[in-house]
Write a protein that binds this ligand. Sequence first.
Ligand code: ZN
Length: 220
Amino acid sequence: MVRRILVRAVLPLAALVVATPTAAVASPVPSVSATAAAEGLVDIRSVVPDAIVDLRYATSDNFVKQRLYPTNARCLVHSSMVNGLRTAGDRLRSAGYRLVMWDCYRPHSVQVRMYQVVPDPNWVAKPTSYARSHEAGRSVDVTLASSDGRRLDMGTKFDDFSARAHAYATDGISAVAVANRSGLRSAMQAGGLSQYSGEWWHFDGPGAGVERPILQAGLN
Ligand SMILES: [Zn+2]
């Protein structure tokens, strides 16, 4: 009985049947820069119009305690993630939830800077001469909010480097947070986006692990 109430109150993704069209009035999304377009990057707002963009590296509210992105940075993703993110966004919307974007495309120069500040490969991927994952715009860090923007309890903050951040962690994680992680994962996996088991917030698009030439684009 208790469990049924919990699940229903948290994220009834299993009950999803039809996506309800969003009533949100989407204002036109400004075009991305020519450089970003040439790299195949698109603005998340043109993919998931109700996504909340909360880029932590555009503030000092992140693990390096420094702002690493310009304050007007956009959440850019590679076009190979578009279908998957749209599917995930539709599923969540129909259940009364929204995606929150913590990190998207991350320029190589920022990865270098991050590693200078925290030169520990356990915490920060050591920059290489190739782009993959966030540096290729093919991975995102996300969490969930309710339709009114309130963040859901996911058990840890972003960039929590403890075992509690593991996607399938249960020790020290409430049943509600476990269910919320599971709901996020289901929606993302429905779009073919795969969970990184070490961080509940990190999802990879197709080919995210392939080493590619470093992108020249900034965050606009
Ligand atoms: Zn990530």
